[in-house]
Design a protein around this ligand. Structure first.
Ligand SMILES: [Zn+2]
Length: 390
């Protein structure tokens, strides 16, 4: 079996929104360092991406928007298109750095399409909020949508996209809202309580694609068992019915309890379980083809490095046991850079991820979301929303 493709180059750190912006590239650096110290990357060639061309970016972005991004560092103000805001500040090399992120996910897609890898992972990707004509939510160009669009032209007719970021995967949903070839599924904190305010269960796609957009809005405070209960109540049935040729997953880790920007209460153990489940689903429903990208995640030291090390390890079939101690070399490095930071000691939060399957007769706080989502989309797939066997 072909080894998984791991995309990484320190040039990706140039996607830096500057100052004390929460989207700090140090999270990627700390992840790669932790994975390396744990031996997860031993003998793994790190594939170096090139920037995506304008032709590729135009798959999902308007010409006028590309021009605005390129000119923004010179224009200074009033560039519109969501640029120059607190969320999406203008930075030097904005176009080039953003195009490189897209190129990194495109490289991952290409490796799978060309049969050189069944799985590929790019922790620098996952900029799922970028829209056709505007930047949003720290995202300039939408690498997920560009890669999916490219894959549709390179041998794939049915792609499932699963988004586990705490925020709704609105940009990817919008890009394929009328395209029945792409099933988008997003689990996120309820839009009443979190930006971008979309991702209701009633958003199901349009025309021929009605049912191809799936949203599971979860109540604030949802922990691992509730998240997993909702995930298992909705996702496997749809994947089995849709029969994707490839699973694309956005693996944002801002769903963690300690994340400063949102209010779900998952743990690093929950993230580890999610990745193992996504791997299993890729094997069972998508011929083993799995493209995983990063996404949000703003607890830079205690959460992102551990969770995405688990992601890299899972993709590489080098699973790291939860009780594995954090290597001293990594701790020393972080202590030197951030003496005040509270450091994690193991690869676990000690959380219990056991969940009860939906349909057990109990009434769990997430069951409203489960019921609403199943009723909104299951009939469109020939499934019975009220039958736990479906
Ligand atoms: Zn997010």
């Amino acid at each position: 079996m072909e080894p998984p493709a791991v995309i990484w180059d320190s040039a990706l750190l140039r996607y830096d929104l500057g100052g004390d912006h929460p989207f700090n590239p140090v999270r990627l650096q700390l992840t790669i360092r932790l994975a390396a110290e744990l031996g997860v990357l031993d003998g793994v060639p790190l594939l170096i991406p090139e920037a995506a061309s304008d032709t590729e970016l135009r798959r999902v972005h308007a010409d006028e928007y590309l021009d605005a991004v390129k000119q923004a560092p010179m224009a200074g103000w009033d560039v519109d298109h969501g640029l120059g805001t607190d969320d999406n500040p203008i930075f030097t090399d904005m176009h080039d750095a953003s195009a490189l992120v897209v190129g990194s996910t495109l490289l991952a897609a290409r490796k799978i399409a060309e049969g050189e890898a069944r799985r590929a992972v790019n922790i620098a990707g996952g900029l799922h909020h970028a829209m056709r004509e505007r930047a949003a939510g720290f995202c300039v160009y939408n690498d997920c949508a560009v890669a999916i669009s490219w894959l549709l032209d390179h041998g794939f007719d049915r792609i499932a996209y699963v988004d586990t970021d705490v925020h709704h995967g609105d940009g990817v949903q919008a890009a394929f809202y009328d395209d029945p070839r792409v099933l988008t599924i997003s689990l996120h904190q309820h839009p009443f309580t979190l930006w971008p305010g979309t991702g209701y269960s009633a958003e199901t796609g349009t025309g021929q694609a009605d049912g191809a957009a799936v949203n599971i809005p979860l109540p604030p405070g949802t922990r691992d068992p509730g998240w997993l209960r909702a995930f298992h109540a909705v996702v496997p049935s749809l994947l089995e019915e849709f029969q994707p040729q490839l699973l694309v997953t956005q693996c944002g880790v801002d769903s963690h309890e300690e994340d400063p920007l949102a209010d779900l209460s998952l743990s690093v153990d929950g993230h580890r379980t999610i990745y193992a489940t996504l791997r299993e689903f890729a094997e069972r429903y998508a011929g083993g083809k799995w493209l995983a990208v990063g996404g949000g995640g703003y607890q830079l030291i205690r959460v992102v490095p551990r969770s995405w090390t688990h992601l890299l390890a899972t993709v590489l079939d080098r699973d790291v046991a939860p009780d594995t101690p954090i290597p001293p070399g990594w701790l020393d490095m972080v202590r030197e850079a951030a003496p005040q930071a509270e450091l994690p000691l193991t690869m676990s939060d000690g959380a219990d991820t056991a969940y009860r399957a939906w349909g057990d007769g109990d009434d769990d706080p997430v069951d409203v979301a489960i019921r609403d989502t199943r009723r909104a989309v299951f009939p469109l797939h020939g499934l019975d929303p009220d039958d736990p066997r479906d």
